[in-house]
Design a protein around this ligand. Structure first.
Ligand SMILES: Nc1ncnc2c1ncn2[C@@H]1O[C@H](COP(=O)(O)OP(=O)(O)O)[C@@H](O)[C@H]1O
Ligand SMILES: [Mg+2]
Length: 258
């Protein structure tokens, strides 16, 4: 446990929280988190209402909810792309509210990988070029070794033979596997997937989830999947239901649906 922040490092010592042990703290801890936006007519829209959620290393968590219930807003907060309007959030024991934009972006880049419904691959770049993109912003070692690291990742998703292929020449399932390789190339501790099977047929979606589960397990990362697909939710070890911005644990799969 770090009690006395040292003078070394990159000036981020204000992030160290006395009394919080990063080894036992949840990876992400949300307590009574809200997200409210002010609409043009000055009305308040309460998108998230008092969300409590803990994600620990190795967890596979599914969050299920209807369109418009606040899923992407919650995912953006978990991914340090957005901040709560009120409540408490910490990432590896560090209160997110204490981080400036740059520190938040650095933590996001080094610790979080995103997988999106629409893959979001860069057109006109090869599969390998897409996979290595996050390494451009990584450590010097990651930068210089980027092609080797990228090829290893493509190999893990079974696509090393397609390294030189552009996304439009790949099937949907292959594009999502490239996107998974890109999301994991910096070995994030948290993987956030927003409807990762939403643009795929059922069988391809199952194969993509098999891969995502396996890679997350193998690398010891936590996986949070947002979905309205009950088959996807069924695979997770813990499940929640999000309904009009209210998050509730759902022990049985039947509680997730409806
Ligand atoms: N910045 C914003 N300004 C106004 N309304 C927003 C904003 N972000 C989200 N919303 C609204 O909040 C609700 C929840 O959005 P979202 O989190 O994207 O839901 P989901 O991903 O579950 O479909 C939607 O009604 C959406 O239109
Ligand atoms: Mg959404």
């Amino acid at each position: 446990m770090t009690i006395f922040p040292s003078d070394e490092g990159d000036g981020d010592n204000s992030d160290v929280v006395p009394g919080v042990d990063p080894a036992t703290a949840p990876l992400v801890d949300l307590q009574n988190v809200t997200r409210t936006v002010i609409l043009p007519d000055d009305e308040e829209l309460h998108i998230l209402r008092g969300v409590d959620l803990q994600v620990r290393v190795g967890d596979h968590t599914a969050i299920v909810g209807r369109s418009g219930c606040g899923k992407s807003t919650l995912l953006n907060i978990l991914g340090l792309l957005d901040v709560p309007s009120s409540g408490h959030m910490s990432f590896e024991g560090t209160p997110v509210a204490k981080l400036g934009n740059n520190a938040r972006a650095r933590l996001r880049g080094s610790s979080i990988g995103f997988v999106f419904q629409q893959f979001n691959l860069l057109p006109g770049r090869t599969a390998l070029e897409n996979v290595v993109t996050p390494l451009m912003y990584g450590t010097a070692r990651e930068f210089w070794r980027r092609n080797q690291i990228g090829m290893d990742m493509l190999d893990r998703v079974g696509l090393s033979a397609r390294a030189g292929t552009q996304p439009h020449m790949l099937s949907g399932g292959e594009q999502q596997r490239v996107a998974i390789a890109r999301a994991l190339v910096r070995r994030p501790r948290l993987i956030l997937a927003d409807e990762p099977t939403g643009a795929l047929d059922v069988d391809t979606g199952q194969a993509v989830m098999d891969l995502l589960d396996a890679i997350a397990t193998e690398s010891g990362a936590a996986l949070v999947t947002i979905t309205h697909d009950l088959n996807v939710a069924a695979r997770a070890r813990s499940r929640y239901r999000l309904d009009a911005g209210v998050l509730t644990p759902a022990a049985a799969l039947a509680e997730v649906g409806a």
